[in-house]
Design a protein around this ligand. Sequence first.
Ligand code: PMP
Length: 431
Amino acid sequence: MDFSKSKELHNEALEHIVGGVNSPSRAYKGVGGGTPVYMEHAKGAYFWDVDGNKYIDYLGAYGPIITGHAHPHIAEAISYAAKNGVLYGTPTRLENKFAKILKQAIPSLEKVRFVNSGTEAVMTTVRVARAYTGRNKLIKFSGCYHGHFDSVLVEAGSGPATLGTPDSAGIPESVASDVITVPFNDLEAFKAAMERWGNQIAGVLVEPIVGNFGIVEPEAGFLQAVNTITHDAGALVIYDEVITAFRFTYGSAQQVYGIEPDMTAMGKIIGGGLPIGAYGGRKDIMEQVAPLGPAYQAGTMAGNPASMAAGIACLEVLQDVGVYEKLNDLGKRLEEGILNQASQYDIPISVNRLCGALTVYFGSGRISNYEQAEASDGDAFAEFFRLMLEQGINLAPSKFEAWFLTTEHTEADIDQTIEAAGKAFRTMASR
Ligand code: PMP
C-alpha cells in the first residue's frame, strides 16, 4: 500500500499542529508511532484515505460511529440543522425532544443536561457529587479513562487501593491526592478503600463495562456490591457511560445488569458523530446544578441544534428492530473467526466481546482488569495492527482499544477481516 500522501500531510501537520494531531492516540502512540493514515472520506463501514486506499473501519471514531459513516438519516438531520441555523444560544424544542428520548431509554435519568464532550459530562458529575455530599474524595478504577480533566488523569501505585498520583504534568498533587484508585473487579480492594476513606468519599466513578483497557465486563455481583457499599457510606455512584450508552442495547449498561447509579455521564453515540456530552440522574442530585443549585456548569455550544438533531436521528436508527441482534451476530462471527485463525497459527490471543464491540489481546489468559490488559503483548499487537492496515483493515492503534462494529458492516466484511487476520497471524508465526 502506498501511504505517500499521508506522509506528506503528516509532515505538514507536524509544522503546525502540536504532535501533528489533535488527540494523542491518533499519532499511533499505542503502536510505536509512525505516520498516521489521513482519511479523505467515509461511507458506511468504509474509509478511503488520501492515497486512495480503502479500509474496513473498526475504529468507529473510538465509539460514536455505530450506524456507519454518513448514514443518510443522520446526514439529512445535520443538513436540515445546517440550513436552519446551527447555534442559537436560546433554548430550543429539539433539546426537550432529545431529553425526553434519553429519559425514556435510560430510566435513572430523572433530569439531564447537555454538554459538549464526554470529558465535560464526567467532570460535571464529579462536581455535582461533591456539591451534593459536601465531600471531596473520589474513587475510580485503575486503567479506566474518564476524559482529560484533572481529577481523572490520576493513576495508582501498585498497591490494591492507593491514593492517586498525577498521570500528566500540570496536575497538582493536591488534586490527585483526593482520588483513590482501585483495581476493577477487585471487591476486596474496593471494600478496603471504602473502610479507610468511606466518610470522605463524594462519588465512585465506574465504567460499568470497561471500554478503555479493552472491553471488560464486571464480574457477577461486582456492580451491585459497589452500589450497596457506596450508598452505605453516604456517597454517590456515578456511571461513566460515554462508551457504553447505546453501544450494547437501546439504553445503557445499567440496564444490561439491572442496576441504577445516582448519576450517569454520556457522550459519543448520543451525538450521532457530532460533538456532545450529557449527564443526568436523580432529580434531587441534579437540582444542585445552576440555575437551581450552587454547582456551576454552563456552555455556549451546549444543546446546539446540530448535535441535538444528529443525536436524535442516530437513536431513531438504533430503535429499528434487530439492530443489536445484528451487531451481536457480526461480533460473534468476527470473534470466532479470529480465534480460529489464531489457533491455526499457534498465536496466543484472547478475545473479550460484548455484542458488536470486542478486543483482541495478545497473550494467554482471561483479561478482567487493567493489570492483565497491561501485561498483554503490545509488540505483537503493534505488528498485527500494521499487517491489518496493509490489508485494508483499520483498527484502533492501541492494544487497549476496542474494535467497534456498525450496523453497516456485512458478513462479507467480517469474512474479509478474518482472512486478513489469518494472513497476519501466518506472517507473525513465521518470524
Ligand atoms: N469517558 C470514557 C469512558 C471515554 O471512553 C471517553 C473518551 N474516550 C471519555 C470519557 C471522554 O470523552 P471525550 O473524548 O468526548 O471528552
